[in-house]
Ligand binder design. Structure first.
Ligand SMILES: [Mn+2]
Length: 478
């Protein structure tokens, strides 16, 4: 009854039992949307179970962090959204018992207290996220009594999965789908069909349509004036007091009008029927949150959290996850606004530095003009803009701050690569491309099929492009 993922039930129960015995517990988690929601799930469940604990966050769980925990005198350390890959190092220290809820590839070492989908034959990339693994432990910590069974935390687990890009063709599957079901039963989640573009809760309509690049529609995508004319030509109330509405503010009737007009326009302009179908997708609504706020939509919620993570304000992100709708939410909004300003600048920078087309990839180099932490997102946003082909993976380069470049000798360049779900369906795996191409030039890289990153020595950028071009060519051919 307390097992959203039956395969992991026994492991989650062992973790919960160990956590109950802890005298001095530290909860530590990764700083990103999935890591923050993992911590949100874990800290709430621990608090409800009356288990006192400290909380720490790391950008990267390295030896120095683990050593710090060992020296601090904790007898138990609960790792969420990381820990599996570092178990070989973690188990070198006898000072504490590690409890791990993660979904990354485990290192060659074990702990008795370890929840990870990969240990039971589930996919850690698409079936369960770090927040999902933490949720399994939270459910095991919860009492049988449905007032404190922790099923309400399914909403956060879903935000984590969406934030870690675990959707398959726009939908959560496998163990994630089981968690969705529990959230729906608990009354905290609703699953719906809606326009499958980002920003439905918060973006003004012309911007919403112009920036949606997953299914490029001629005359609308990447064309704010075109989107404006399109909307003005519809028999729908798209404005209120002269101001454009957001998608969430439209009536159900008007939404239908806009979607059917979009579909007609797409068909008329020769967009592939299968792509037209994917204009409508699955949405996850957090029903307890205020309509018209980011928190209402799982995807937008995760973006808000990522904004706090990007500025290393895990304290703000966690507070939002645990229910602070006052000061922390205001701060998170400010960070997101700041982030969006940087992104808007970023798209202009891409235009100015120019995009170079290779055979199977396209690339640009921003040098020092953008922080390397946002270049990947800018690359994704640029796809579908005037001079960036949405059907070809993008490689973006940015100079790294000298102090950050630990992976390579001398000056380093950060590489971010972005594809689309459609390219992944055709065989694209940017994680493999990042790994192979970076090793070929003396760097290091990895990531996901649709988005990956690497660090390479300065001056080796074009060699990296050549290696990546060949690798992508091979993948898309077969
Ligand atoms: Mn994760």
């Amino acid at each position: 009854m307390n097992a959203p993922v039956p395969e992991l039930e026994a492991r989650a129960a062992r973790c919960a039992a160990r956590l109950r015995e802890a005298d001095d517990l530290l909860l530590t988690s990764h700083i990103d949307a999935d890591g923050l929601t993992s911590a949100g799930v874990a800290t709430t469940a621990l608090e409800r179970a009356g288990i006192a604990h400290d909380v720490a966050f790391e950008k990267q769980l390295d030896r120095s962090a683990i050593e710090r925990y060992a020296e601090a005198g904790y007898d138990t350390v609960f790792f969420t959204d990381y820990g599996s890959g570092q178990l070989d190092v973690i188990t070198e220290y006898d000072a504490f018992d590690p409890v791990v809820a993660d979904h990354h590839q485990p290192a060659d070492a074990e702990t008795e207290y370890h929840v990870n989908p990969l240990l039971e034959g589930l996919d850690g990339g698409s079936e369960l996220s770090g927040a999902g693994a933490a949720y399994c432990v939270a459910r095991a910590l919860g009492a049988e009594d449905e007032r404190v069974d922790n099923r309400d935390l399914a909403a956060l687990a879903v935000v984590g999965a969406v934030g870690d890009m675990q959707t398959v063709e726009g939908e959560l599957v496998g163990a994630n789908a089981g968690i969705v079901e529990e959230g729906v039963d608990a009354g905290v989640l609703a699953v719906g069909k809606d326009l499958a573009v980002f920003g439905t809760q918060t973006r003004a309509l012309p911007k919403l349509l112009a920036y949606a690049s997953d299914v490029p529609i001629p005359g609308i995508t990447g064309d704010r004036n075109g989107a404006l004319r399109f909307l003005d030509g519809l028999d729908a109330d798209c404005r209120e007091d002269g101001e454009w509405k957001t998608w969430a503010e439209l009536t159900v009737e008007d939404r239908r009008t806009v979607v059917s007009a979009l579909v007609q326009r797409a068909i008329r302009t020769g967009v592939d029927p299968e792509e037209v179908e994917s204009l409508v997708g699955t949405t996850y609504t957090l029903t307890e949150e205020e309509p018209g706020t980011e928190l209402r939509d799982a995807s937008e919620f995760s973006t808000l959290l990522n904004a706090t993570a990007r500025y290393e304000r895990a304290d703000v992100g966690l507070a939002v996850c645990t229910g602070d709708r006052g000061e922390a939410l205001r701060e998170a909004h400010e960070l997101l606004r700041e982030h969006r300003r940087t992104l808007a600048t970023g798209v202009n920078v891409v235009r100015e530095v120019g995009v170079t087309r290779a055979e199977h990839v396209q690339w640009f180099h921003v040098g020092d003009r953008l922080p390397e932490t946002v270049v990947g997102i800018v690359a994704g946003m640029a796809m579908g803009e005037d001079d960036v082909d949405a059907g070809v993976p993008v490689i973006a380069f940015a100079n790294k701050e000298a102090a950050d470049a630990e992976d390579v000798e001398g000056e380093a360049v950060k590489v971010s690569m972005r594809g689309t779900p459609r390219l992944v369906e055709r065989g694209l795996d940017l994680s493999a491309v990042a790994r192979e191409a970076s090793r070929a030039v003396g760097g290091d890289g990895g990531g996901h099929e649709v988005a990956a990153g690497a660090t390479v020595p300065k001056g080796r950028e074009e060699a990296f492009v050549a290696a990546a071009d060949a690798a992508v060519g091979d993948q898309l051919e077969t």
